[in-house]
Design a protein around this ligand. Structure first.
Ligand SMILES: [Cu+2]
Length: 65
């Protein structure tokens, strides 16, 4: 399981948006976003390009730190 830090999440809506963005990345599954910690964890079904993850999170309005 991979864990990334995400900046900019402030409420449950943000959690949903980040969860959705991650779920849309091919190969990512079991997404769990922790609002209090500002973290997202997920399983990688296959190697994931972190640049792609970064880009998708950014598109959703947040930032991987
Ligand atoms: Cu929010």
């Amino acid at each position: 399981m991979a864990t990334i830090k995400i900046k900019g999440m402030s409420c449950n809506h943000c959690v949903m948006a980040v969860t959705k963005a991650l779920n849309e990345v091919e190969g990512i599954q079991n997404v769990k976003v922790d609002l209090a910690k500002g973290e997202a964890a997920f399983d990688e079904k296959k190697p994931i390009g972190m640049d792609l993850v970064r880009e998708r999170i950014k598109k959703a309005g947040y930032e991987v730190v």
